[in-house]
Ligand binder design. Sequence first.
Ligand code: ADP
Ligand code: MG
Length: 230
Amino acid sequence: MGVSAWLSIADLGLTEGGTRIIDAATLDLCAQRSVVLGPNGAGKSTLLRLIHGLLHPSGGRLDWPRPLSQAMVFQRPIMLRTTALANVEYGLKLKGHAAPERGRRAAEALARVGLGNISHRPARLLSGGEQQRVALARAWALEPELLILDEPTASLDPASSREVERIINEIAAGGTRILMTTHNLGQAKRIAEEIIFIDRGRIVEQTAVAQFFTLPQTEAAQRFLQEETP
Ligand SMILES: Nc1ncnc2c1ncn2[C@@H]1O[C@H](COP(=O)(O)OP(=O)(O)O)[C@@H](O)[C@H]1O
Ligand SMILES: [Mg+2]
């Protein structure tokens, strides 16, 4: 395990119905902002879900030198049938925060994502971009040490994407570790310190961001960049 790793993954595997979805993944996470890239079906979402504890591995280990509080944001936000504010408060309630503090923190988090003025609207009537910002506020309000995001802008228009990106960078600036996937290579460049490249369930490359986009080490990554670059 690297001295500064906040998570060490060793031989992690997930097999479903005889198919290896994640194949002996070994990886030290040290960077504050890591972006996982790879073709469709490579296993990116599965890896993030294993790390967040939403899936149980078939083998291998996740070693947390110190347990980190974490939150996860998905491509499609799941909104409760209530106001934006109550959605954020609910996340705090689940974590055991007391009522008066919940309201204050939820309102603060919504203001930070630029939704202070519509916090009393029904969350499900907000636009996709606004709902994703509510989801980010819900995560941010918990002040997690690690925020995991699975394609958080994949369903959004470019303007909403940039807004979500700005929020992610602001959360990172507060010291939260970021581990995310995206289909948007420009976004990966703007957010990541390092790229973890995964292909057919295998981690094939872990490289500093500047190097990944100029001199990827593996043929699989070179092919991926050629196909993804317009
Ligand atoms: N519960 C499951 N059972 C069987 N196959 C699955 C399951 N979840 C994902 N897969 C398959 O595993 C592969 C990786 O999926 P996923 O992690 O969603 O990839 P990515 O996020 O990189 O597109 C895909 O081929 C997908 O169809
Ligand atoms: Mg995915």
